[in-house]
Write a protein that binds this ligand. Structure first.
Ligand code: BGC
Length: 694
């Protein structure tokens, strides 16, 4: 009997999430009782942060010792705790490439624990903005170009982290252009918002009970998100049932006193700028706001403090920070995130024999490349570069290092050249364009959007010089999103995408290259041949039209063949997939397939389920990811993988009815190993009442 694997087991993912264990009626009553004894001034203190700069790494909001009200103590961020020294995990998009929700839950647990050990009680993560264009500067902080995939990973992270602290998923919403983030407007119709840009936020709230939400800097349809009643009240609270607090993004995140308060922005961070006593008094006097508006925001700010019993939240000992378990988790995540993109004549894995000479080339081989230096910066107490990782792994093979400006003339004598290339915080990241601090190591520094997806000229030059001499080349790419490979892909024999792999990245890269680990990462973002295959992209734009087409949806619709499709990744093993079965039940489908590892080494693959609607009366994109599962299989092993797809997953958003609607039309289920490798299909028809297999 083969093993059966459940694609997403809620009992596992949500275990220990404190947010799911709240008696809401009782909390609501406690909040009203507490508020009844609070002066207006005391209420106001609950609805803004204390000061611009963090105190010992923590941003404080609210709190009153006399009344026994604890403060929120907030800490970034998406790849580890940004306070003191902490475990630097691979960036979120790397973890997304694992397609491993259970692993992402454990990463959330670990980051939450390290935040708590530092005295924090709110984690300013995850970032779950859709990767609309791979040039987005903060691509590395988020999960994916796909909403379902983003939602599944983010739900797992939130439920893990909320074992220990509250989370603040961000940035709500449609924050996907960096350089103009403070002013740009994402213009989209309600269908696009509800189907693409919002569902992953809905999931972290409804499935994982995320305790708070951070509003984004940008506007949607001309209205700043931090003062948009449609977003912060109608959708978030009335439609989704959110009970936590909305906090603003930092410094420029609150744009008004009255409009933001009335729209549903509960806490201004990191300090009272718009909510200074003068501003609030003026708004009260002019009648723009009432005391009740302040009371409402204060009640929401207080809600989670009582719901979570915040004053008594356990504070673990500091020994958990960068503990052995977290370091090995960082390595596991990095190993599972690496995507093998090309492996001509099986140049990989490298063999570790005494007659093998490996030239490791490029300055980036010596660099610990953890990602951008914006708010998600994490400082580990130690870390490993690719070169160190390869040196410590190779027992018999000879490793020789060549810096980028070395003399390459004897590269021809080596068995293989391993080039480490890609991007750094100078090329992409949260945009903090401060020339002066840029020079200071490990300080916040410039990032921003990429205007195109090419490697920097110096890297292209390095690759050209090495590949013209070395007989065989493996390229290890680092970066936070898609990189254009077309200028040089034919000149290299092997290519792996290692992202920003965290403190253990060097070891992970070495273990994948030497075959101790069979690569199993899959692309969470399509790699186009060039930007010509993508929508227009202007990093200075202030008005950006958003629609249902981007990423693989765009490529599929325009029938463009990307260089590497969404969901793609190679392995040192070979996997088979067959015996698709669909079982219709009251509320949806139970789908299952058999997967086998017919290769000679153990490995893992990612099974993906896409659905196309056929004969629909409204526009539908060609196909959409509706489920996935990472499956570990020993050599020769087979397993049955099960997916649950509910009817709500098949709906489109009917803007007229302001509701999701299951349309009577055909539905094709497609199952396989990437968005462009879907060998198993099953056609069904929904007649309005009943389903039939076509
Ligand atoms: C970023 C947020 C971050 C906040 C606090 C902002 O500039 O956009 O993601 O959580 O700063 O550091």
């Amino acid at each position: 009997m083969n093993r059966t694997i459940n694609a997403f087991d809620p009992a596992v993912i949500h275990a220990g999430n404190r947010g799911l264990d709240i008696d809401h009626d009782s909390v609501a009553a406690q909040v009203q009782k507490l508020l009844a004894n609070m002066s207006l001034e005391q209420q106001i203190f609950e609805i803004h942060g204390w000061q611009a700069a963090p105190i010992d790494g923590l941003f404080y909001a609210g709190g009153n010792d006399e009344l026994g009200i604890p403060s929120y103590r907030m800490v970034d961020g998406p790849r580890g705790a940004r306070v003191g020294k902490a475990t630097a995990f691979p960036v979120a998009i790397a973890r997304a490439a694992t397609f491993d929700v259970e692993l992402e839950r454990r990463v959330g647990l670990a980051i939450g624990l390290e935040v708590a050990a530092n005295g924090g009680n709110v984690l300013l993560a995850p970032t779950l903005n859709l990767l609309r264009h791979p040039g987005w500067g903060r691509a590395q902080e988020t999960y994916s170009e796909d909403s379902f995939h983003t939602g599944a990973m983010a739900v797992a992270f939130v439920s893990g982290a909320q074992n220990h602290v509250l989370t603040s998923p961000k940035h709500f919403a449609a924050n996907n252009l960096e350089n103009t983030r403070f002013d740009m407007s994402a213009n989209a119709d309600q269908r696009t918002l509800h189907e693409l840009y919002l569902p992953h936020f809905r999931r972290v709230i409804q499935e994982a009970a995320a305790a708070s939400v951070m509003s984004s800097y940008n506007k949607i349809n001309g209205v700043y998100c931090s003062e948009d009643p449609l977003l912060l009240t109608d959708i978030l609270r009335n439609q989704w049932g959110f009970k936590g607090f909305v906090e603003s993004d930092w410094y420029l995140g609150t744009r008004s006193t009255a409009a933001a308060l009335k729209a549903g922005l509960d806490i201004e961070m990191p300090a009272a700028y718009r909510r200074s006593p003068e501003n609030l008094n003026a708004a009260l006097e002019s009648g723009e706001i009432s005391e009740q508006d302040i009371r409402t925001a204060a009640s929401r700010a207080l809600y989670q403090k009582l719901a979570w019993n915040l004053a008594d939240l356990p504070v673990p000992g500091r020994s958990v920070i960068e503990c052995a378990e977290h370091v090995s988790l960082a390595r596991e995540a990095a190993e599972k995130s690496i995507v093998l993109l090309k492996n001509e004549q099986q140049i990989l894995p490298l063999s570790d024999q005494s007659d093998i000479r490996i030239a490791v080339v490029g300055d980036m081989a010596e660099l610990v490349n953890l990602g951008d230096r914006g708010s998600s910066l994490v400082v580990p107490s130690s870390s490993t570069s690719p070169l160190d990782g390869l040196r410590s792994r190779a027992e018999h093979a000879e490793i020789c290092y060549f810096s980028s400006d070395a003399d390459f003339s004897n590269l021809a004598e080596f068995s293989v050249a391993v080039i480490v290339s890609g991007l750094t915080y100078k090329d992409e990241g949260e945009f903090i364009p401060t020339a002066q601090i840029e020079a200071e190591e490990s300080q916040l520094a410039r990032g921003g959007d990429r205007a195109d997806l090419k490697l920097p000229a110096a890297q292209l030059d390095l690759i050209a010089r090495v590949t013209s001499i070395a007989p065989r080349t493996v390229l290890v790419l680092e970066g936070g999103s898609a990189i254009q490979t077309d200028e040089w892909l034919d000149t290299v024999d092997g290519l792996v995408m290692a992202w920003y792999p965290g403190r253990e990245g060097g070891h992970a890269i070495a273990r994948v290259l030497f075959g101790d680990v069979n690569p199993s990462g899959r692309l969470p973002v399509s790699f186009p041949k060039s930007t010509k295959q993508l929508m227009d992209w202007d990093t200075t734009a202030l008005d950006v039209a958003h629609d249902l087409l981007h990423g693989y949806r765009y490529l599929d619709f325009h029938q463009l063949e990307p260089r590497f499709p969404f969901g793609f990744g190679l392995s040192y093993s070979t996997f088979t997939i067959d015996d698709l079965q669909l079982l219709r039940h009251d509320a949806g489908f139970r789908i299952s397939v058999e997967v086998g590892n017919v290769g000679s080494v153990d490995g893992a693959t990612v099974v993906q389920v896409y659905v196309s609607a056929n004969g629909s009366a409204v526009f539908r994109v060609p196909r959409e990811l509706k489920h996935f599962a990472r499956v570990d299989l020993a050599s020769g092993e087979r397993a049955r993988v099960e997916f649950d797809i509910g009817d709500p997953d098949l709906c489109f958003y009917n803007a007229d009815a302001q509701a999701f609607e299951l349309e009577a039309c055909g539905y094709q289920f497609q199952v396989g190993f990437s968005s462009r490798d879907l060998p198993l299909i099953s056609d069904w028809k929904f007649g309005g009442d009943t389903w039939q297999q076509a």
